[in-house]
Design a protein around this ligand. Structure first.
Ligand SMILES: Cc1ncc(COP(=O)(O)O)c(C=O)c1O
Length: 456
């Protein structure tokens, strides 16, 4: 199949035919929220009703065609309704939908393929159906491997909303705070380096990663009971606003973990499977984690996730059952297998590296021209723009974040807000032309907001 399968449909996108959200969207959304509550900010700020997605475009019920800069929510990374992936799911939907955790031909193939593409000896696998369940399994695995029970995670990390996953996470936005104490005993949070907001700096003003590591060392000594099973981290903070650590952070953290006999649990649910231009985001730093989780892009929209540990820890997985109602069902395995094959066949990593670099270059130019852009960040197709009221104080510009998000959406860009940090996660198949169209819409919206607030 040609890698241009999506291009014909993308012609002329975005193409808006009504005010948005349009009349049909409004009615359907209002009917929906009579029953369904607790929607994300992404939806609440732009309550449109989608009915079709193909490649890099999304179409709403009023016939408006949007350029996709969200991949759902980092999920449909190889494009909506990729013919090979949808075909593979449909094949198994018509043949065998569920066989518990029995072996199936497609599961055998998927596991062999995963062992082939994942770095090092990450090849002991359990399959689940959402990222949170995979993270929970990773926590069970860490306990089973180490016979220890404490966990350290980082401020503004996100790992899911079940009890152990949320204990490693900081729910910084929304109403979720109201569901009570969220940190289970033995789960701790520490700061991690955000280059734009460093806690510790060197004499030359650059971020001092050694200080973070020294703090962790002291924290392990003084703040735990000496029973730390794992550090649980996102390689890049997705929900936190596309925050990448400095390049020396993970190599130093891994060294500390090895010295202290602590496992490194790398949650790649959001950043993995090519989104940053490497199979795993952690590959950028040549660090081999002990445990990883995969989700979102892993099945290109079909609910399939994985928890993987290094081969030497495989026996520990026998102590934590892999049985799950949906995990590893034939449709799920087919979706994940076809997604990995597409990543290879369509040379997706190369596209992400090349187009991602062009996007970053453009973002840097935008930053030099727009006073409310405090920082731009990203690798590959995982990107963010941080809006500030003042570049000296770096005060978050939440209102501008909301307005820029809504304005660009109205112009036809489906994307993702995170307070004052705007997030971009285009499908990995996108070429430079459409990436540039999306950035034009963002830049126009930023300029309009700057004008409204008297910056020009
Ligand atoms: C890093 C990370 N881990 C875990 C999860 C939870 O995944 P899910 O929503 O599929 O349960 C998310 C969701 O956004 C995530 O970003």
């Amino acid at each position: 199949m040609s890698k241009d399968w999506w291009k014909q449909t993308a012609k002329g996108v975005p193409h808006m035919v009504t005010e948005t959200p349009g009349p049909k969207s409004k009615t359907m959304h209002n009917n929906t929220i009579r029953y369904m509550r607790g929607l994300s900010g992404q939806v609440k700020l732009f309550p449109v009703c989608f009915e079709e997605g193909y490649g890099i475009t999304l179409t709403d019920v009023d016939g408006n065609k949007y350029l996709d800069f969200s991949s759902g929510i980092y999920v449909t990374s190889l494009g909506h309704a990729h013919p090979k992936i949808s075909g593979a799911i449909a094949h198994w939907a018509g043949k065998l939908m569920n066989a518990h955790d029995f072996t199936t031909p497609v599961k055998e193939k998927l596991l062999e393929k995963m062992a082939d593409v994942l770095p090092g000896n990450l090849n002991a696998v359990q399959l689940y159906s959402d990222g949170t369940s995979a993270v929970e399994a990773g926590i069970r695995a860490a306990r089973a491997i180490s016979d220890k029970h404490e966990f350290i995670s980082c401020y503004r990390d996100f790992h899911g909303k079940s009890m152990a996953a949320v204990s490693c996470a900081q729910m910084v936005r929304g109403d979720v705070h109201s569901y009570g104490p969220t940190r289970a005993p033995g789960f701790y949070m520490v700061p991690r380096p955000d280059p734009y907001h460093p806690l510790w700096t060197k004499a030359d003003g650059t971020i001092d990663t050694d200080m973070y590591i020294r703090f962790y060392e002291q924290f392990i000594q003084e703040g735990t009971v000496g029973n730390v099973a794992a550090f649980v981290l996102e390689p890049v903070q997705g929900w936190g606003g596309s925050i990448f650590p400095p390049d020396d952070y993970f190599p130093k953290l891994k060294k500390l973990c090895d010295e202290k006999g602590i496992l490194l649990f790398d949650d790649e649910v959001l950043a993995g499977m090519g989104r940053t231009g490497e199979w795993l985001c952690m590959d950028h730093w040549n660090v081999q984690p002990d445990i990883i989780t995969l989700g979102k892009s892993f099945g290109n929209g079909f609910p399939v996730t994985a928890m993987v540990v290094k081969e030497e820890y495989a026996d520990a997985l026998d102590k934590i059952s892999a049985s799950s109602s949906y995990g590893g069902n034939p449709m799920a395995c087919a979706a994940a297998l076809a997604s990995i094959e597409v990543l290879e066949e369509e040379d997706i990593l190369e596209n992400v590296r090349l187009v991602g670099a062009a996007i970053m270059k453009r973002l840097e130019t935008m930053k030099s021209q727009h006073p409310i852009i405090g920082d731009v960040k990203g690798k590959g197709f995982l990107l963010g723009i941080e809006l500030v009221k003042d570049r000296t104080t770096k005060e978050p510009f939440e209102e501008a974040g909301r307005l820029v998000y809504q304005k660009a959406f109205r112009k036809g860009l489906a994307w993702i807000p995170a307070g004052h940090i705007l997030r971009m996660s285009p499908p990995l198949i996108m070429d430079e032309k459409y990436a540039s169209t999306g950035l034009d819409l963002i830049e126009e919206s930023i300029a309009e907001v700057e004008k409204e607030f008297g910056y020009h």
